[in-house]
Ligand binder design. Structure first.
Ligand code: AMP
Length: 419
């Protein structure tokens, strides 16, 4: 095939007609399960103010330093949203959602944008679903959030994964830990990667998240935050663990798990799958008790997660799980001649009004070609109509699977198909 003159941008893909049913099936599962958990959907704009993203995610994060698509128009700075926690919190503050009372249990589905190097499971436009529970610091909120995430994979039949869990502490614990970590890393400052050198002063915990080769040896032997949690953070984390156990949700403690954004406090978690190759994270999240205030709201604890939908599909493919039924249409009207085509066009709405999905040939083709089309469209029935049928007022209804035919009036056809 000739190469197209115009193509999508690198790392951005079309979701084609053969694939949209699978996407819709997943979206339906998410909406259904969210309703069972009493989560409410939120939809925010694709673009946000650059300052919000920088402030919310952290100036020195990979996302902000390397991956945001940002541009200026007039006096405004725009950024294509790289994630949805900061935008949802912005919306929570801007729209005073706290005044609705209780904790806000929000979920979303939508595209995110990061200028990363594309590879399998890593795109520049990708789709996430996620949850943000804003207004509770009770470990129940952490556990409900994780339980919802697990429920989606469980319902789909993806079981081969690891839930990694850690606590990154509250501000007091983090300060104590950061001091120890800095003291541990400082003597080897020259051997650290450039980015880690930068982070040593501002946010040494993010060094633990580094993928740079030169950092690995120091990360491996670093002191762990678990040893520096104050009583409050420790108790909170123990309760999260206990509650997960009470729900039979298995997890692995990972003392080095810090995650990519600056806003996490206390609970941090990640769901990884061996079916995904090098980009093995299905989903990740945690508590971000400081973010609402950081963005200009009242101090408000919150917890959430985000999951990559393309990666979920990769796992499905590996496991031979198909989410969508093959495409089909109830009726294909095979029409021969001008009069028959006009009749077909007027009959379509009658069928559709009766809840029957229906289509016809748009290309004035032969009976044989139309039958072939009906098969390709996976039509359950065809109605065959030509001049004779119009004169008689009865039409051939063909059951495509069983290859049997009967001559019926339109009313009888609609009655038969409605059953
Ligand atoms: P994050 O917002 O970085 O915690 O990512 C949450 C989830 O989104 C990850 O676990 C992945 O499943 C997915 N994800 C993140 N970045 C990408 C990307 N560039 N392409 C595809 N999926 C991604």
């Amino acid at each position: 095939m000739a190469k197209a003159k115009y193509t999508t941008h690198h790392g951005m893909v079309d979701i084609l007609p053969d694939e949209t049913p699978t996407w819709r099936a997943l979206e339906n599962i998410i909406h259904e399960e969210a309703a069972k958990f009493n989560f409410e959907e939120i939809r925010t704009p694709i673009m946000e103010q650059t300052e919000l993203i920088k402030r919310g995610i952290g100036q020195l994060t990979d996302i902000v330093t390397k991956e945001i698509f940002a541009f200026t128009k007039g006096d405004s700075n725009y950024v294509l949203r790289p994630e949805l926690t900061a935008p949802v919190v912005r919306s929570y503050v801007e729209n005073h959602l706290d005044q609705r009372g209780g904790s806000q249990k929000l979920y979303y589905i939508g595209p995110m944008f990061r200028a990363e190097r594309p590879q399998k499971g890593r795109q520049r436009q990708f789709q996430q679903f996620g949850v943000e529970i804003i207004g509770s610091d009770n470990p129940v909120a952490d556990v409900e959030c994780i339980a919802f995430m697990m429920r989606i994979y469980q319902r789909i039949g993806i079981k081969n994964f690891t839930l990694k869990l850690n606590s990154v502490g509250d501000p007091e614990s983090r300060e104590a830990y950061k001091t120890v970590l800095r003291e541990y890393l400082q003597p080897n400052f020259d051997k650290l990667s450039e980015l880690s050198q930068k982070r040593l002063e501002t946010n040494p915990m993010r060094i633990l998240d580094s993928k740079e080769k030169e950092d690995q040896e120091f990360i491996k032997n670093a002191p762990v935050i678990g040893d520096y949690l104050n009583d409050e953070s420790k108790t909170h984390f123990e309760l999260v663990c206990e509650m997960l156990q009470s729900l039979d949700i298995e997890y692995t403690l990972d003392p080095l798990l810090v995650r990519g954004m600056d806003y996490y406090t206390r609970t941090a978690f990640e769901l990884t799958s061996p079916d995904l190759g090098s980009q093995d994270a299905l989903a990740g999240g945690g508590r971000y008790d400081l973010l609402v205030e950081e963005i200009g709201g009242k101090p408000t604890p919150a917890v959430g997660f985000a999951a990559g939908m393309e990666r979920l599909f990769i796992a499905c493919e590996e496991l031979n799980i198909s989410l969508a039924d093959p495409k089909k249409v109830d009726v294909f009207i095979v029409s021969l001649g001008d009069k028959a085509r006009k009749w077909a066009l007027k009959t379509l709405p009658k069928l559709r009004e009766s809840g029957i999905s229906a289509t016809m040939d748009y290309l004035d083709r032969s009976m044989r070609a139309q039958m072939k089309d009906a098969n390709r469209e996976n039509a359950s029935f065809t109605i065959i109509v030509g001049d004779n049928e119009l004169e008689e007022g009865t039409f051939t209804l063909r059951n495509m699977k069983e290859s049997d035919e009967s001559k019926l009036s339109l009313d009888e056809i609609i009655k038969t198909l409605s059953n």
